[in-house]
Design a protein around this ligand. Sequence first.
Ligand code: ADP
Ligand code: MG
Length: 912
Amino acid sequence: MDAARPLTPSGLESGPSPADGAPRATPVMEQYIEIKAANPDCLLFYRMGDFYELFFEDAEIAARALGIVLTKRGKHLGRDIPMCGVPVHRSDEYLHRLIAMGHRVAVCEQLEDPAEARKRGGKSVVRRDVIRLVTPGTLTEDTLLDARRNNYLLAIARARASAGEESRFAIAWIDISTGEFRIAECDRTAVAADIARLEPGEIIVSDALYGDPEFAPYLRSLPVVTPLTRDVFDGASAERRLAGYFGLSTTEGFGALSRLELTAAAACITYVERTQLGQRPPLSPPVREPQGATLLIDQATRSNLELVRTLSGERRGSLLAAIDRSVTAAGSRLLAQRLAAPLTDAGAIGRRHDAVAFFVTSAGARAEIRERLKAAPDLARSLARLVVGRGGPRDLAAMRDGVTAAADLAAELEKFPELAAELAQAMQSLRRPDPAIAAELAAALADELPHLKRDGGFVRAGYDAALDEARALRDESRRVIAALQGRYADTTAVRALKIRHNNVLGYFVEVTAQHGDKLMAPPLNATFIHRQTLAGQVRFTTTELGALEAKIANAADRALGIELESFDKLAAIVTAASAAIKDAAGALAILDVATALAQLAVERHYVRPEIDGSLDFIVKGGRHPVVEQVLAGDGGPFVANDCDLSPPPQAPHGRIYLLTGPNMAGKSTYLRQNALIAILAQMGSFVPARHAKIGAVDRLFSRVGAADDIARGRSTFMVEMVETAAILNQAGERALVILDEIGRGTATFDGLSIAWATIEHLHETNRCRALFATHFHELTALAAKLPRLFNATVRVKEWQGEVVFLHEVVPGAADRSYGIQVAKLAGLPATVIERAKVVLAKLEAEDRASPRGFDDLPLFAAAPRPSSPATHDSAVDSVVAALAALHPDEMSPRDALEALYALKTKAAVQGR
Ligand code: ADP
Ligand code: MG
């Protein structure tokens, strides 16, 4: 965070004053200092000609962050001023990198032509001001955004707890690039779960919350948190600010919002206005997300299940990548959103399934619509740019194509009398934009469009008579110049004479050095006025050329002026229709998601799951959506498996599966696949199974024993326990809990005891549906005492001394762990494998002689077994004894080598 809040440039405010004898700041520096002082927590991009320059500490930060050269520019108060710069035409790229690192940037532009400033007198400084603050959560440019992800700005407001109560929170989040705006009131854990789900680009909080000792550690662990002054989070003015943004006198139309919710929403609004310097991106009215409407999934579970990215941080290999068949960026964003926030209401989920089902059956419509969608541009983001004045000609083209595509798709849907409700609603939205908008844009825009409006040339010939005239004049003059070049070449007899143009000289006559003298001598010097001599060329102007140039410039200026006027007019038409266009954009995304999920279902043989309010969890022939696709690539079949966590007859609560089986059998895969099936089902997708019926899950937890978390600097076992604690404290009867090898990160007895107690707690207190994979066979004894605990195992068979994994989950407990066979498969040296078999046989014999009593608690009253059983093996003992008798310091190298051979022989003989 420190990086995001550079200090005021050193010496600017607290340094010695000029009275100390140091020279005064130059006028430019004075202007810089004033603007910088108004934006102390941003890096200031200060426009000077073709560069944005950074000074003082900003320059040092940026040079380090961007790996660009740090130079000096003059002195301030007797000291060198550090400086670095980025060229304007590549500034997006540098901005992107700074923003990604969590910096905020104030972009300060020249507001007048330097020539105008000179007119005011030699010492006058070009007028400059900040036109925009670029912060991670308030971006609109395609170059700064990921097309397939939302970029949220999220505000957290807190109502302090009165004595004995918990603090209450409200969060509001906005994606200004798409206009989405939501609010939710929640408790402390839900704040964290929502932030994990939304992954905001930037979070804003009040100074007070930022400094709160209880909350601060959490906030510091998040990527970009911007603390703001109290007025932004002022509850008293919140409603007025929120209503004002939408041009309303009250927020009543948004539904009943609590004061806390209003505060969070208004904080977002105020921050958007500040960073956009008063521009108002086209936001949808805020929608309140009722608590409990979405399946709560905490951060650990999300990363563990690799929902939107893998543990190593890539999209590839994640569930999202495996199921994403969308054809538009907006569809991809909506799919990611739905995956991150599955629903809990069976009715709402069913409506999404209806839409998918429609396109599963209507293959023709699916193909047709997907084909048309491919042509649909990213309407929402182009619209946002146009409304805030950052749009270009291609954004107008996006409006033209998007509005047309929307109308076409509406017509396509209309062919079906019995549309699913979600699709019928989408059809209404697709019809909303006035077709006249697309017609006007189609008439106005040229076929080839420049990226920037100031490049001109985007208005179609014939659209505007005045423009056509100015262009004709400009082009005519250009022809005159070409003719002039021919004439000059004749009169001077210099065939290689050229008329060229650059930004410094404007139009000029250029000849090679050898002909220069000729043009500078009489009689030609009467016509040709020398301007510049370069190494190889000499440049001239003529009165005639000067006059022509003025004419061309005038005509070109006039043409561009007219084009820019047209642009503004068209942008205004679009802005006026922004609500309808945004609605249509949303409908396009909905259509894309519904058809994409149908495509997936058909491609990969998914079925429609049945969702209700029960506690059932029946999956028949379930598969892992990601592993299945990976295996399909390798040619191996994925073995489908059933799972039934429904309450047993007469029992009020769901079951716990205790899954045992050797390493590599497929336990982890099975656990995850059932969690992923629940997520897919509740997000509105079909699922990879033959049949599925799921009583909606309200919270999902997934933990893996001893997961590596070195990055966060905690011991892996500590992490495992912290996460297990969270589950045992939070899971209710509608939760689904996945525990994979809990207790593995510590010594055997500790681990076994913890796993044992955890299962009992899940069964007796949480009473949730759960899947528990373990390598502790001892735990299977618990099934005899806990009526809703079921033992299951993954089948393997031994064949010619090798273990064969069948990946088939069946009732019962694993007979043994096959660790040695797996080790053999892994390529451990044969001697080690053989040795391990001997040790194992011995241990098992000992165990049979004095069986461990796990049938009854207390369990571990019996004398603990030695922690390192191998030391009790006589073979090892004798080797160890021989080793102990050696005195390396007193041995010659030859003795040592012989001793080593002796030891080796001993080990070989005794180990057999
Ligand atoms: P465990 O957790 O029991 O050690 P994993 O779940 O990690 O085993 O599975 C090991 C490997 O076995 C996986 O990488 C996968 O390739 C394969 N596998 C797992 N389940 C199946 C299955 N149902 N069908 C086919 N291959 C499977
Ligand atoms: Mg495993």
